[in-house]
Design a protein around this ligand. Structure first.
Ligand SMILES: *Cc1c(COP(=O)(O)O)cnc(C)c1O
Length: 411
C-alpha cells in the first residue's frame, strides 16, 4: 500500500474505489507483494537446492494458491482438506507435503492415496504407518529439537511441553520402529514455531537436525519449517533473511559434505509470504466517546479477524478515508458481543463515521480464522493482480447460515 496523490493505493488502484466496488468488510491481497516475498527467499539461498513449501493454512484461497504455484513455490498442508485444495489449485501431489498433528491414521492413508509426501510427527502413527506400508511409501519425520522460538508461548512449538514432533530424545525408539518396519525416511523436518527472532535459533535447530540426520542414510531433503518474522509495526525486528541465507547455507553445505550427498533444503513460510500482502478494510460504524476512551466501532470484529484478540498480535492501522487529518488517539473495537479490540490507543488521522480503516498484516491467518460467530457473514476477498482488482471469494449470504441446518418439527 502506498500513498499516491493523497490516496492509499495498491498497484495504482485507489483502495477506496476497491471497497466501493466490492463492498466491505473486505480482505484485499497484493499479488506483487506475494511474488516479491517468494523472490526474496530464493535470493537468500541462491546456490542451494531450495524448495519453498508455502504453509497454506495461513491463506488457502485457491486463486492465491495458483498464484503461489506460478511463482515457483510448493505447498505445506496440515489437513486432508488443504491437500485437496492444493490439488484443486493445480499442484502435483509430489509438490505437496502433508504435516498433520494428531490426525487419525485413516486421514494419513487418504493422503497416501492422493500421492503426497507424508510428514509423521508421532511414534504411534509411525508404527501404524509401518504396519501398513513398510518401505513402499517414503516418508518425512518431524522432529522436535526443543529449541525455543521467541515470542508468545501460544506460537512456540519446539519446547518441551509442545505436542508437535517426535522428541529428539526419542531417537533411539524412533530408530527401533524404523528398522523393524523397514521404513524409508527421505526427509527430516522441524518447525520450532512462529516468530523466530534471529538466525541463531535456526542454526541451533539445524545443528540438532544435522546430528540426527547422520543416522538416516536415505535422506533427500531437510525441512526447516518456518518462523520467519515479518514486521507488524514500524521498527519491529524481522528475520534477516540475507544473514540466515549466508549462515545456514554454509552450515548446510558443511553438513552435506559430511553426509556425502547434496540434499535439498526446504522451508515452509506462511506469514512471510502473505502477511504483509493482505489488508483488511472495515468501515467505521460509530465513534463512541466514554469517560476513558474514544472508541472507533467498526463493521467487523473477532468473527473476521481474531489474531489481535487471540494472540495479542499488533496490527498497524490507517484511516484511508482521511489521509491528512489531525492525529487523534482511538481504541478500535468490533461489533461482536465480546471484547473484541483490534487496537488500543492508536493514533489515527481523525476518524469520522463511515471512514474506512485499513488493518495491515491481514494476509496470514486473517480470513482463514474467520467464523460466523454472532451469525455474521464472512467477508469477501479480492486479489489485486496486474493492476486489476479481482474478486476471489464472494461475501457470504444469509443462505450460507441456513445451508447445513436441519430444521426438525418441534411441537
Ligand atoms: C503454521 C506452520 C508453518 C507456517 O508458520 P508461519 O509462522 O506462518 O510462517 C510452517 N510449518 C508448519 C508445520 C506449520 O504448522
Amino acid at each position: 500500500m502506498e500513498i499516491v496523490n493523497n490516496r492509499y493505493t495498491i498497484q495504482g488502484l485507489d483502495l477506496l474505489d476497491v471497497v466501493n466496488e466490492f463492498g466491505g468488510p473486505l480482505y484485499v491481497y497484493d499479488a506483487a507483494k506475494i511474488g516479491q516475498q517468494i523472490e526474496n527467499m530464493k535470493a537468500a539461498f541462491p546456490d542451494m537446492k531450495l524448495k519453498i513449501k508455502f504453509a497454506c493454512k495461513s491463506l488457502t484461497n485457491i486463486s492465491i494458491l495458483k498464484l503461489i504455484r506460478a511463482q515457483g513455490a510448493e505447498l505445506d498442508t496440515v489437513s486432508i482438506q488443504e491437500v485437496q485444495l492444493g490439488l484443486k489449485a493445480g499442484f502435483e501431489p509430489e509438490e505437496i507435503l502433508f504435516t498433520p498433528n494428531c490426525v487419525s491414521i485413516d486421514e494419513i492413508k487418504e493422503a497416501v492415496k492422493l500421492g503426497v509426501m507424508i510428514n509423521i510427527d508421532n511414534i504411534s502413527i509411525l508404527e501404524q504407518f509401518g504396519n501398513e506400508y513398510h518401505d513402499t511409501v517414503p516418508i518425512c519425520i518431524r522432529l522436535n529439537p526443543h529449541i525455543m522460538a521467541g515470542g508468545n508461548s501460544k506460537i512456540s512449538t519446539g519446547h518441551i511441553d509442545s505436542k508437535f514432533g517426535i522428541s529428539i530424545f526419542q531417537l533411539r525408539h524412533l530408530d527401533r520402529v524404523i528398522q523393524r518396519n523397514k521404513l524409508n525416511v527421505i526427509g527430516l523436518h522441524m518447525h520450532s514455531g512462529s516468530d523466530i527472532l534471529d538466525a541463531e535459533v535456526f542454526l541451533r535447530g539445524a545443528e540438532v537436525l544435522f546430528e540426527a540426520a547422520m543416522d538416516f542414510p536415505n535422506l533427500k531433503f531437510i525441512d526447516f519449517g518456518s518462523g520467519f518474522k515479518v514486521a507488524y509495526r514500524e521498527g519491529d525486528v524481522t528475520t534477516d533473511l540475507q544473514e540466515l541465507g549466508v549462515k545456514l547455507s554454509k552450515a548446510f553445505k558443511d553438513f552435506c559434505n559430511n553426509y556425502g550427498r547434496d540434499l535439498e533444503i526446504w522451508f515452509e513460510p506462511g506469514k512471510y509470504i502473505v502477511s504483509e500482502a493482505g489488508y483488511f478494510l472495515v468501515k467505521t460504524n460509530v465513534i463512541k466517546t466514554t469517560p476513558a476512551s474514544v472508541f472507533v466501532g467498526v463493521e467487523s470484529g473477532l468473527n473476521h479477524m481474531i489474531r489481535p484478540m487471540m494472540y495479542d498480535s499488533y496490527h498497524d492501522m490507517v484511516n484511508i478515508s482521511n489521509i491528512n487529518g489531525t492525529q487523534r488517539i482511538y481504541t478500535i473495537v468490533g461489533y461482536i458481543c465480546e471484547t473484541d479490540t483490534f487496537g488500543v490507543d492508536r493514533k489515527l488521522s481523525e476518524v469520522h463515521e463511515g471512514d474506512i480503516i485499513a488493518i495491515k498484516n491481514a494476509g496470514a491467518y486473517g480470513f482463514m480464522m474467520a467464523s460466523n460467530y454472532n451469525s455474521r457473514l464472512r467477508p469477501a476477498e479480492v486479489l489485486i493482480i496486474d493492476g486489476e482488482a479481482k474478486l476471489i471469494r464472494k461475501r457470504e449470504t444469509l443462505e450460507d447460515l441456513y445451508k447445513n441446518q436441519v430444521e426438525i418439527e418441534i411441537s
